[in-house]
Design a protein around this ligand. Structure first.
Ligand code: CMP
Length: 140
């Protein structure tokens, strides 16, 4: 059953380039509501924990270094069919393969520095949101 929340991070490349506002504008114009949001910076250890599912992948170490290299914006979003609709809005992981008009096509620099993260399932959306936000930090 589809739930109505997903989780995103605006990654260090997009934050550093000053694209956080433009990306959030696209997200809101696509009908997503912001449930919780904060700017923060991950340590390499926290990035490793967040991406633990990828720990056997060859890009894991570089990904943890990259994701802790500068500030990010963590956001919980709400919309009907949130996980699937958000993945459509952001486009393919590799911006070279992302559809025109998607956030990654417009803002991503590379497959690693790909502007935004989007949860890949309802279960992971819940886990990832809880990684950054307590219940008291969210809109009810
Ligand atoms: P994200 O959607 O946040 O999930 C895992 C991240 O790993 C992905 O975006 C990219 O930033 C990164 N990633 C995935 N595949 C590769 C790859 N082949 N090479 C480098 N980084 C990758």
């Amino acid at each position: 059953m589809a739930t109505n929340r997903t989780f995103t991070m605006i990654k260090p490349d997009a934050f550093e380039a000053g694209n956080s506002g433009a990306i959030l504008k696209m997200i809101e114009e696509a009908g997503f509501k912001i449930v919780a949001m904060k700017a923060t910076q991950l340590t390499p250890q926290l990035a490793g924990k967040f991406y633990e599912v990828h720990k056997e992948r060859p890009f894991y170490a570089d990904l943890c270094t990259y994701m802790s290299s500068g500030p990010i914006v963590a956001v919980i979003l709400e919309k009907d069919n949130a996980v699937e609709d958000f993945r459509t809005l952001i486009g393919a992981t590799n911006p070279a393969n992302a559809a025109d008009g998607t956030i990654r096509k417009i803002f991503a620099k590379s497959i690693e520095a790909n502007a935004v993260h989007g949860s890949d399932s309802d279960e992971n959306a819940s886990i990832e949101g809880a990684f950054f936000f307590s219940m008291a930090e969210r809109v009810a």
